[in-house]
Design a protein around this ligand. Structure first.
Ligand code: NDP
Length: 282
């Protein structure tokens, strides 16, 4: 591209440090990669133009967050397997000149989970039925999970997710309405909090859970990144369970996204260190 055909822009970044940007840029710098990861605010009415702009400017891809995860599908050229099942995209990847929508949230969680336990053939209880829960449910189901109990406060959302999982994945899913302290069945191998309970600033919020039902053989995971040491994580560790905090999911979705865009495997430890620095993890 010659000088005249270049378009060089300047825009103000939001004042607060964006943890995902800082994490990905830290990996690029650590590996000496000549890539950039920039955060742009895009309103819903500008989404189509933003994706056209990304195409025009030759971006290798982009992440998108709420409220664009579903709406962006109309502007892409295709979907990866799990994104097609859950009908939600958080990562677009340019392949052969086409933008394909993927969902790396669930893949990031799965990677993090697999470092402790392989979900194949296991029984899982998952609290929540929102975007994170959909991604985790679909990805663990595709990885061979035997059974999944979705526990959610609102019945409609919980039933919808359970029906989708039963229709489109091999897992056996059931819904339980979350009323009072939920007792985790003893046959459970994995317990996941995929709700926003515990997220800053409501750090003292506790899940309605019968803690005495948590057994040491269970693996307990939380999606909350800020703060990563939630009440659930601390209570489960105290009960002797193996615990997985939300940082692993965030880091791994970043590692997977960078691999999709650049073809390069970056060091997750560099990304985790940056996130721990931002959230001041001791
Ligand atoms: P959604 O708004 O789509 O879903 C929120 C879920 O939490 C719903 O199931 C909702 O239940 C439930 N919930 C919220 N408050 C309560 C409460 N007080 N009691 C019971 N249930 C409650 O959010 P997302 O799924 O997108 O995100 C959920 C969390 O996951 C967020 O905190 C987000 O930061 C985190 N996350 C972490 C990622 C990571 O990389 N670690 C990646 C993506 C998300 P109901 O349906 O009844 O409203």
């Amino acid at each position: 591209m010659d000088f005249l055909s270049q378009l060089t822009g300047s825009f103000a970044q939001p004042a607060a440090e964006n943890p995902t940007v800082a994490m990905v840029e830290a990996a690029y710098q650590h590996h000496g990669l000549p890539w950039r990861y920039l955060n742009c605010e895009v309103s819903p009415e500008n989404l189509a133009d933003a994706v056209r702009g990304a195409r025009a400017m030759g971006w290798a891809g982009f992440n998108c967050s709420l409220p664009h995860k579903v709406a962006v599908i109309d502007h892409l050229d295709g979907l990866g397997e799990s994104a097609a099942i859950m009908q939600a995209v958080n990562c677009a990847v340019r392949r052969d000149g086409k933008y394909i929508g993927e969902n790396t949230d669930g893949k990031g969680f799965l990677q993090s989970l697999k470092e402790t336990v392989d979900p194949a053939g296991k029984n899982m209880v998952m609290f929540g039925a929102g975007g994170a829960a959909r991604a985790i449910g679909v990805e663990t189901a595709l990885a061979g999970l035997a059974s999944l109990t979705v526990v959610n406060r609102s019945e409609e959302r919980g039933r919808e997710l359970t029906a989708m999982l039963n229709e489109r994945t091999p897992v056996e899913a059931e819904f339980v309405l979350w009323q009072g302290d939920f007792a985790v069945p003893p046959s459970t191998d994995i317990v996941v909090n995929a709700t926003s309970i515990g997220l800053f600033p409501d750090v003292d919020a506790r899940m309605a859970l019968d803690l005495s039902s948590l057994q040491p053989a269970m693996v307990v995971a939380d999606v909350i990144v800020n703060p990563p040491s939630t009440h659930l994580i601390r209570d489960a560790a105290q009960r002797g369970c193996q615990v997985i905090d939300g940082i692993g999911m965030l880091v791994n979705q970043g590692v997977i996204g960078v691999k999709y865009w650049t073809g390069i495997d970056v060091d997750p430890a560099v990304m985790r260190a940056k996130i721990e620095e931002i959230f001041q993890v001791a």
